[in-house]
Design a protein around this ligand. Structure first.
Ligand code: TRP
Length: 339
């Protein structure tokens, strides 16, 4: 069971990214290895060029993301961690897959529509082709499982369509590409903004006070958690519910950071005097969850040469796998010399 996921090297990683994606990656590394396969994680610098960006900042964020993933427990001995731009097979496959991608489908993608209205200077063609590159990322490795958030559902569907169409058009009865599954993490998939718990915690568009960053100091985390919006139920009711987004979010965060179910968390707070107890417990759990990551990050981040070496070793492993797929794809499409 091969796992592949990609992560953007942009923005500061927050608690939602950590619980929803980064921790799943670490779990995936163990599961794939136990099944005799490998988990492959790619930091997608090429995708980051599809919107306005500063090249120097991209480099910095790339190192930040690499160090955070390593600090969270990705082990380059047990998974493949690499930078997209180091493996030219991705861009080549992206081009080849364009021949089986419907323009209409691309132009209907929600992310394309949302991001293109947000661009002031230029809506790049890269933004339109973003999902084709993402399809190439996964299909180059014949990955089965793709752990991503709910917001990536459309991109996954497109990737499945592209793989199916490729096999039908060029496979000659064989499945050259593997049609991947969508895997949305069940727990902690939706960590909400602490100030506006009806919106997801996100890099863009959520409030600074409502967002806990992976690298926040304990004091900052405690302050943000203490100020989290709850509700005015009297007496205060610590339970999950659609009518209680703030309290539900705190319960979910506490559960995710203390390896318990939300029901266990609610039971443990049966004697609580009010929301203050819930907030304090959640703050303490988040601080302890993120402490080792922040400390390890501080050790790893300064050594950019070591980070580069780690990424280079990962890229070499990635190229060996992607190269094999590409040579079959080229052969099937009649591109380049016959094998
Ligand atoms: N588009 C994804 C995101 O914004 C990142 C990504 C790029 C990705 N390539 C991928 C995710 C391949 C899964 C598989 O989160």
């Amino acid at each position: 069971m091969r796992i592949f996921s990609g992560i953007q090297p942009t923005g500061r990683k927050h608690l939602g990214n950590y619980i929803g994606a980064i921790r799943q990656y670490v779990g995936g590394q163990e599961r794939a290895a136990a099944a005799g396969d490998v988990a492959i994680y790619c930091i997608v610098d090429l995708h980051a060029t599809t919107v306005q960006y500063d090249p120097a900042v991209l480099r910095e964020r790339l190192y930040d993301t690499t160090a955070i993933l390593l600090a969270a427990g990705l082990d380059p001995e047990r998974c493949i961690l690499f930078r997209q731009g180091d493996v030219p097979e991705h861009t080549e496959l992206c081009w080849l897959l364009c021949s089986v991608t419907a323009l209409g489908e691309l132009s209907r993608m929600h992310q394309f529509r949302d991001k293109s209205v947000a661009q002031r200077e230029l809506v790049s063609a890269g933004l339109l082709f973003y999902p084709v590159l993402q399809a190439a990322d996964v299909l180059a490795y014949r990955a089965v499982e793709v752990p991503v958030g709910e917001d990536q559902r459309e991109h996954l569907e497109l990737m499945r369509d592209v793989a199916t169409r490729f096999n039908a058009r060029f496979g000659g009865g064989r499945d050259i590409l593997v049609v991947p599954e969508h895997r949305i993490p069940a727990v902690g998939a939706r960590i909400m903004d602490l100030q506006d718990p009806t919106r997801k915690m996100s890099t863009t568009g959520s409030s600074e006070e409502g967002t806990v960053y992976v690298l926040d100091e304990p004091g900052a985390i405690e302050k943000k958690m203490r100020r989290a919006v709850t509700d005015s139920d009297d007496p205060p009711a610590i339970r999950r519910g659609d009518d209680k987004p703030g309290v539900t979010n705190l319960i979910d965060i506490l559960a995710a950071c203390s390896a318990r179910t939300p029901e266990e968390v609610v039971a443990s707070l049966a004697d609580a005097r009010g929301y203050g107890d819930l907030k304090a417990a959640a703050a303490a759990a988040v601080v302890e969850e993120l402490r080792p990551v922040r400390e390890r990050f501080a050790e790893l981040r300064p050594d950019e040469r070591l980070l580069e070496q780690t990424l280079a070793a990962g890229a070499e492993q990635a190229r060996a796998l992607a190269g094999a797929t590409l040579s079959e794809v080229r052969e099937a499409m009649g591109v380049g010399p016959p094998r």
